[in-house]
Design a protein around this ligand. Structure first.
Ligand code: GLA
Length: 386
C-alpha cells in the first residue's frame, strides 16, 4: 500500500516525499460517552491511511486521492469549505493550523489506505490526524500531539459538520501497539492497559449499511444529553455533564424528565460505570466479565440510547448465542457500520463463516469481516532527509 502511494506521488510530482501514516480505531467499550466528558476504551488498528507530501514552492495545495482517483487544488490564501466532500477533512485541518497562526506553504499530497469508509472505523479522523501530523513534521511546527488532536477534532466540527467527541482523533494519534487506552474525556488523562489477547481476537463484522440519519441523530443525542444535564444541574450545581451524574440522582428526579431524555441520560451514566468496571476486569485479566459488559453496552445502545439498527442488533444477538464469543456490541456512532466481537482464537474462522451465512440469509447482504490488530498511533514512515 505505502509503496503504491509513494510511486503515485513520484509519478505525479517527481519528488521524494515525507511519508506518514495514521490508523483507524476500534472502541472496546464506552460509546457516546466522549462528548459527555466521560470515559472511553479505544485502540488504534491495522487499518490505516498513508500520506506522501512535500513542499511545491507555490501557494497551492495540490492533492490526489489514491482511493477515489481524483485530484483537487486549493489556494492556501483562501481555505474554506469546498464542494468536494472528501477534501473537506484535509482543508479543515489546514484551516485550523492557519488559525493557530502557522504558515502553511504550498505542498503536494497523495493519500490513500484501507480503512473502509462509513464502517465506523474513523477513516475521517485518520485523514485529519495524518495530515496534521504530516504538516507538523514537514514544516517543523512543533505543535504537541494533543493540540494536533484538538485541531483535527475541530476540523471535523467545522468542515464536516459532525459535532464529534475527541475519542477518534485521540486514538488515531495516541494509539499504542497491543494496548487499549482508557481516556478521561474531561481531563484528557489517559492510561494504557494490556489487552490479554493470547487466546482471543478482535473481529469486526461490517454490516455494509450506513443509514443516512447518522449525523443528524448524532447531533440530536448531544442535545438530549445537554437537556438531561440542565435538569440535574438545577438540583446539583456540581453536575455540568452526564459524567458528573449518578443513577441515584437520575432516579430521584425522574418525574422531571421527558422519558426519552431520561433513557439517554441513564444509558450514559451506566456506560461510564461499565468502562470503569471493564478496566478493572482487564487488571484482573477477567475477559469473561469484560465481554459481558460489551453485551450490556449493546443493550443500552439499542434500547435506551437508540443508535443501533436491525442489522447491528441481529449480529449482536447472534453473537451472544455463540460460545466462541466473549462479548460483542455495535461500535462507534451507530446506525450501521461494524459490530466489535471478542472471539476465541481457535474459533475465529468458523465464527466469521457462521455470521456471514446468517447475515446474508437474513438481509441478502454480504457482510465483511476484519480481524483487527492493535497498532501505534500516527507516525513517520520515512523522510527523504532522515
Ligand atoms: C463517533 C464520534 C466519536 C464518538 C462515537 C460514539 O465515532 O466521532 O467522537 O462520539 O461516535 O462513541
Amino acid at each position: 500500500m505505502v509503496q503504491d502511494i509513494v510511486s503515485k506521488y513520484k509519478e505525479l510530482y517527481r519528488l521524494d516525499p515525507v511519508v506518514v501514516r495514521s490508523p483507524g480505531r476500534v472502541n472496546l467499550i464506552g460509546e457516546h460517552t466522549d462528548y459527555n466528558n466521560g470515559f472511553v476504551l479505544p485502540a488504534a488498528i491495522n487499518k490505516e491511511i498513508y500520506f506522501a507530501l512535500a513542499p511545491n514552492g507555490t501557494n497551492l495545495f495540490n492533492v490526489y486521492s489514491y482511493d477515489l482517483e481524483e485530484t483537487a487544488s486549493f489556494d492556501l490564501d483562501k481555505i474554506e469549505k469546498s464542494d468536494i466532500r472528501w477534501a473537506n477533512y484535509l482543508l479543515g485541518v489546514i484551516a485550523q493550523l492557519q488559525r493557530a497562526g502557522h504558515t502553511i506553504k504550498g505542498f503536494n499530497l497523495v493519500f490513500g489506505g484501507d480503512i473502509p469508509i462509513g464502517a465506523g472505523l474513523s477513516s475521517s479522523a485518520a485523514v485529519e490526524c495524518g495530515l496534521a501530523y504530516g504538516l507538523n513534521y514537514l514544516y517543523a511546527l512543533n505543535i504537541d500531539k494533543l493540540d494536533l488532536v484538538k485541531m483535527a477534532q475541530k476540523a471535523e466540527h467545522e468542515f464536516a459538520g459532525v459535532m464529534c467527541g475527541i475519542m477518534d482523533q485521540f486514538t488515531s494519534m495516541f494509539g499504542k501497539y497491543d494496548r487499549v487506552v482508557k481516556l478521561d474525556c474531561r481531563s484528557l488523562d489517559y492510561h494504557y492497559y494490556d489487552l490479554d489477547m493470547h487466546d482471543y481476537r478482535i473481529v469486526l463484522l461490517d454490516t455494509q449499511v450506513k443509514h443516512s440519519l447518522a449525523s443528524s441523530e448524532y447531533n440530536t443525542r448531544r442535545q438530549e444529553c445537554e437537556t438531561g444535564v440542565a435538569i440535574l444541574n438545577k438540583h446539583y450545581p456540581e453536575v455540568n455533564s452526564l459524567r458528573d451524574a449518578t443513577l441515584e440522582m437520575l432516579a430521584q428526579h425522574q418525574s422531571e424528565f421527558d422519558p426519552v431524555v431520561y433513557k439517554r441520560s441513564k444509558y450514559v451514566v451506566e456506560e461510564n460505570l461499565r468502562v470503569e468496571g471493564a478496566c478493572q476486569d482487564l487488571e484482573r485479566k477477567d475477559m469473561a466479565a469484560f465481554g459481558e459488559k460489551m453485551f450490556a453496552s449493546h443493550q443500552g445502545l439499542q434500547h435506551d440510547y437508540e443508535v443501533s439498527c436491525p442489522e447491528l442488533d441481529f449480529l449482536a444477538d447472534l453473537a451472544k448465542k455463540n460460545e466462541a464469543v466473549l462479548g460483542a456490541r455495535m461500535m462507534g456512532g451507530g446506525f450501521g457500520g461494524c459490530t466489535i466481537n471478542l472471539v476465541k482464537l481457535d474459533q475465529v474462522g468458523p465464527y466469521i463463516q457462521t455470521m456471514e451465512d446468517a447475515y446474508e440469509q437474513q438481509f441478502g447482504i454480504k457482510m465483511k469481516a476484519y480481524i483487527a490488530e492493535i497498532v501505534n498511533g500516527s507516525s513517520l514512515v520515512s523522510s527523504p532527509v532522515s
